[in-house]
Design a protein around this ligand. Sequence first.
Ligand code: SAM
Ligand code: SF4
Length: 360
Amino acid sequence: MTDLGLPTLRSAGAHAGVGGARLVGVTGRPDTPLLVDRFGRVARDLRVSVTEKCSLRCTYCMPAEGLPPIARSELLTAAEIARLIGLGARDLGLREVRFTGGEPLMRHDLAEIVALSKAAAPGIRIALTTNGIGLDKRIGELVDAGLDRVNVSLDTVNRDHFAALTRRDRLPAVLAGIRAAADAGLTPLKVNAVMMRQTLAGAPELLAWALAEGVWLRFIEQMPLDADRTWLRDNMVTAEELLAVLRERFDLEEVGREDPSAPAEEWLVDGGPLTVGIIASVTRSFCADCDRTRITAEGTVRSCLFGDDETDLKQVLRGGGSDEELAALWRGAMWTKQAGHGMDAATFAPPTRTMGAIGG
Ligand code: SAM
Ligand code: SF4
């Protein structure tokens, strides 16, 4: 039986105390508007999950039946999301927002979410992480609304392997979405592939496809965030193992990270100009440089993918709370961010929420 229960929720009342913003119980926090934590990190990059629904059922993410539905009234509205993004950009130092899920294209008002967010925070970069299904039909309205970047997730270009991994035979639809995004000028287009044992032998073929299409491929180590709880440290494909397989076909030269907080380490392929990235979240954790903050589809702040503490902003948003109160809660939530995820340790316990319920 899959456990998808909700994690510990920190209510606004318990966190803010009487009088709101200035009384947030976070001892030792320096007097800065930024989203700092106890380890000196500053969150600049916001992930907003906009739905739990999805058109695929990737085995490393969702259960076969999909996630339990969230009542529509519990989802943040486009206006509520935009208000939080405006506040984050103006008062908390956020520079980039990425919409994710579930599958964000399942939200029919996604273009409205983008447009309202851009209006509320004109200087912020707006990105989307999507499985690409239906993107060919929506890309025009999204670009018009102010979308700056797209990452598409694609683990294999073998149609049978794709159908087995995602439990849906939709590879042609994903490829159509990728082409449409590139045609719309959202380049360089990033494609993310989770490294799985079933698709490891096909990794060189995926890289060859990416080089031919001119897209920027990044492989990601599988994290223990699947709903079926089948992740095993001993069975996951590590960055080292993937590199060995890719090197059977390509010459790879390490070039490092784009910037210290970029999760991917880059490798120049066959002398360039294109590179391939590897996000070794498990075996080469980058928690020390993490600059992320997350908002779930139901309007709670999560400081980390791992760790079940959440702080409810929706209650304050809907209760007529001020921007100062929301900002204080958000800052307090980030101040107590944990040092790291500990995925590589024997004592590691996965969080209650799974990837599709947090927003990757
Ligand atoms: N549905 C969209 C998509 O697939 O791009 C957005 C949501 S999805 C949860 C975001 C990213 O998380 C995808 O790139 C997906 O491959 C990745 N992901 C999902 N489960 C994962 C896991 N267990 N380990 C590593 N990455 C995972
Ligand atoms: Fe859906 Fe994305 Fe999870 Fe796959 S990884 S099941 S596309 S949310």
